[in-house]
Design a protein around this ligand. Sequence first.
Ligand SMILES: [Zn+2]
Length: 160
Amino acid sequence: MQKIPVITGNKIVISSLKDYFVDFQQERGAALGIKSNVISCFYPITNRSDTKYSFVPDFEELNKASEYFENQGCEFIGIIHSHNSYKSNSSVNKPSKDDINFYHSFSEANPDFEYLLFPIIGLENNQKVINWYIYINGELKEINMEIAWKRTANRGFFDI
Ligand SMILES: [Zn+2]
């Protein structure tokens, strides 16, 4: 078991992040930035995948995202991507095999991060729903951010 600070989201940032995901027939993604354990910045990243069923981030844009975050007083914390609505409903927001492989290799290539967030956004009953996943100690785990939203920022810890 490991404790990490509770991460919350700035309501305006999370709502404009949700607005960025408009087309659930084509996967897209964005880098996420954090300020004092609050998700406070995001940066759109072009999908370099050949298919509309997967997300492969443009690496140059990921580097640009880190620069942008630095200027905003944010730190890179992970990548969100959408799953399109063609996928079977029960698993729409679950990471694919390719996603998990990417999370492993990205985390291995960036060992300075204690943990990274890899949330997935998809449509559930026509509502945009984000499932939050944390990559820590070589494992991907789902965390219940809905509980975290209700707490005051910078208070408490997740048991991971
Ligand atoms: Zn995916």
